[in-house]
Design a protein around this ligand. Structure first.
Ligand SMILES: C[S@@+](CC[C@H](N)C(=O)[O-])C[C@H]1O[C@@H](n2cnc3c(N)ncnc32)[C@H](O)[C@@H]1O
Length: 412
């Protein structure tokens, strides 16, 4: 958008700051449960990096509550200043910069990373910046390390691309500088509504776009500025991402969105059968994205995927601890997939929630052991844990030594 272009932004909206959001998908601890249940070796994560941390809530919470040493950058100086202030107050010794990706990725004083995360970045930057990030991942992610990356994708975004283009053009050609970014966004949405009110053929052929437009009207304008009004905005299919990331020598390892692991809430029986007939890999992901009309992917990639043996997988899964971050009393879990709300089986969920009702960490092995007496299998426990974690009611917990060490780090 014209008003947002200043020298250092390269077309990224910068005169409206990003929202203050926390994104659990960026928590390295989440990778352990996802990768372990997929039977993939997870590294011990000691040094991590977040690229484009926005207001820095996620990186600061992750740094303050763990022993992981965090590095990160976001080129918006107001956001970087807020993030640095949080880090100072938390005494977390986090290394936060206001450098562009290009400048940060060339620094010679950075360590190699066990984990690199970028949430809400890839789709909104130029191909030149994408190449910078891929080169960084190739050089700085340790072998065995985990990349977390989220991005807008197809086919979920396909029908909305022209609406975004229309609003961007309205802002560019019909907006005036004195409106400011938010004024231009409001005017662009109003115009799109006026256009849809005269029933253009595009709207009747793509009825879901009208619904999207309606939902835009109620969304936070700062979010909309960053989501829709950047010069660069490119949803990409899984296959395109795979092509980009091949240069960084990483392989797809699974989803950070735990609900994706439960087919029954995302896929019909017929879709599951069709997918079962395909080899796993890029084409499988493409077909699955069609089945769920995927719009936003949150993926883990690993540099050098290694498989766990069945025994190792069980041992490592059983050591993972989870904690209920919800009061048990009156809690009714709601699990939503792309197909439906999952039917919660009270015979499994109630005893599991009862075990966790004291809101203290419990290892999966402990839960399996206790619930065995109630004829609940280990696979059912794991599925219920993934579903509850995906809904935000459960979080992975650190072991006692890591908790004490994180505490000591900050208590003078
Ligand atoms: C959509 S926001 C996402 C922020 C954060 N990851 C989150 O999810 O809350 C994208 C962020 O990337 C930053 N950004 C965009 N291009 C950048 C670049 N070339 N170098 C550094 N930061 C950049 C922006 O300032 C913005 O804060």
């Amino acid at each position: 958008m014209n008003g947002g272009v200043t020298d250092w932004t390269g077309g990224y909206v910068a005169d409206v700051n990003y929202i203050y959001g926390y994104y659990p998908e960026l928590n390295p601890m989440r990778a352990q449960l996802a990768l372990c249940s997929a039977g993939i070796v997870t590294p011990n994560i000691e040094v991590a990096c977040e690229l484009g941390f926005g207001q820095g809530l996620s990186i600061n919470l992750h740094a303050a509550a763990s022993d992981v040493e965090w590095y990160g950058t976001d080129f918006n100086p107001a956001q970087a200043a807020f993030a640095q202030q949080l880090a100072q107050q938390a005494k977390s010794h986090t290394h936060l910069f206001d450098q562009s990706f290009e400048a940060f990725c060339q620094r010679l004083d950075l360590p190699d990373f066990d984990y690199i995360g970028l949430h809400g970045i890839w789709s909104w930057i130029s191909n030149k910046n994408r190449a910078v990030l891929v080169d960084f991942i190739q050089r700085k992610l340790k072998v065995g390390g985990v990349l977390y990356i989220s991005y807008n994708t197809y086919p979920g975004w396909a029908a909305t691309v022209p609406l975004r283009e229309l609003m961007l053009q309205h802002a560019e050609f019909m907006g005036s500088e004195k409106q400011g970014v938010i004024g231009k966004i409001d005017a662009a949405i109003d115009f799109a509504e006026t256009l849809f009110a005269v029933n253009p053929r595009f709207a009747s052929d793509n009825p879901q776009v009208g619904a999207r437009l309606k939902s835009l009207k109620n969304q936070n304008r700062n979010y909309l500025a960053h989501e829709y009004f950047n010069r660069d905005w490119s949803p990409m299919s899984f296959a395109q991402i795979a092509q980009w990331l091949a240069e960084a020598k990483v392989q797809y390892a699974g989803s950070a969105h735990y609900q994706d692991y439960i087919d029954n809430i995302n896929l019909t029986k017929a879709q599951q059968e069709l997918l079962a007939s395909l080899p796993s890999g890029s084409f499988y992901q493409t077909v699955r994205d069609f089945c769920v009309n995927q719009q936003f992917r949150r993926d883990y990639w690993v540099k050098g995927v290694r498989k766990l043996s069945a025994l190792e997988k069980r041992e490592q899964l059983y050591e993972i601890a989870v904690v209920l971050t919800q009061l048990r009393a009156g809690f009714e879990p709601k699990i939503v997939g792309s197909l439906s709300e999952a039917k919660i089986q009270p015979a499994i969920f109630n005893p599991l929630l009862d075990c966790l009702a004291d809101n203290k960490p419990k290892q999966l092995g402990q839960l399996v052991q206790v619930l065995k007496n109630q004829k609940i299998t280990a696979a059912q426990v794991l599925q219920a844990v993934l579903l509850l974690s995906g809904s935000g009611a459960l979080q992975c917990a650190q072991d006692e030594a890591a908790i004490q060490s994180a505490r000591k780090k900050r208590i003078p």
